[in-house]
Write a protein that binds this ligand. Structure first.
Ligand SMILES: N[C@@H](CCC(=O)N[C@@H](CS)C(=O)NCC(=O)O)C(=O)O
Length: 200
């Protein structure tokens, strides 16, 4: 299989962590691509009409996207049980919460990097951060028990989201006021799968 990939993408990192946790890294060739909302890499468009990464090209079926579909596929392929039936709706909601933080955090980066300076909106950037902030508070106050249970895809998504905040939005100090979440992440970030996929 081929994974269209960039080491800085938190959505790609979800897939990479899943590959490590399910011992499938050897089954995937990484294809490094640069893509952006205003200039899609043509090699991705051949497999994913949205032009986004990650995309997984399989030998035995059509390409898969987005990260949620790929992670679920990889879990099923390995029989790894990262989507436990007993709490499937919580797991999927937690994964959606991690992804929502990534969506907001990535959008903030694109606003500054991709849009011409005179068209950038501080209000829009702050509104994105407010979304991420609210999600962080919810994780800190309502999700620590689930986060502390057996490994699942919700935890992986949240771990990758927090790693991305450290990587791109360190100045926002997400740990302030989110002590329980910060404590959880300090331990989670030590997993070999997280260490092996840390963005430079
Ligand atoms: N919902 C998608 C989001 C993927 C995404 O936004 N990827 C970014 C890189 S971090 C991208 O490819 N951006 C290019 C674009 O927006 O066209 C997923 O979970 O895979």
């Amino acid at each position: 299989m081929q994974l269209f990939y960039s080491p800085a993408s938190p959505f790609v990192r979800k897939v990479m962590v899943t590959l490590h946790e399910t011992k499938q890294t050897g089954d995937v060739e990484l294809v490094n691509v640069t893509t952006s909302p205003i200039k899609s890499a043509p090699e991705i468009l051949a497999h994913n009409p949205t032009g986004k990464i990650p995309a997984l090209v399989r030998t035995d079926g059509p390409a898969l996207y987005d990260s949620r579909v790929i992670c679920r596929y990889l879990d099923a392929r390995a029989g790894a049980n990262l989507y436990k039936e007993i709490r499937i709706w919580d797991t999927l909601t937690l994964e959606a919460t991690g992804d929502a933080i990534m969506d907001a955090a990535v959008a903030m980066v694109y606003e500054r990097r991709v849009r011409p300076e005179e068209k950038q909106s501080d209000e829009w950037v702050e509104a994105q951060w407010t979304k991420a902030s609210r999600a962080l508070s919810a994780l800190n106050s309502r999700w620590i028990s689930h986060l502390s249970g057996p490994l699942d895809m919700g935890q992986i998504a949240v771990g990758c989201a927090l790693g991305y905040l450290d990587f791109r939005h360190d100045a926002r100090s997400w740990r302030t006021g989110n002590d329980e979440l910060a404590k959880w992440y300090d331990t989670f970030a030590r997993r070999p799968s997280m260490q092996a996929t840390k963005p430079d």
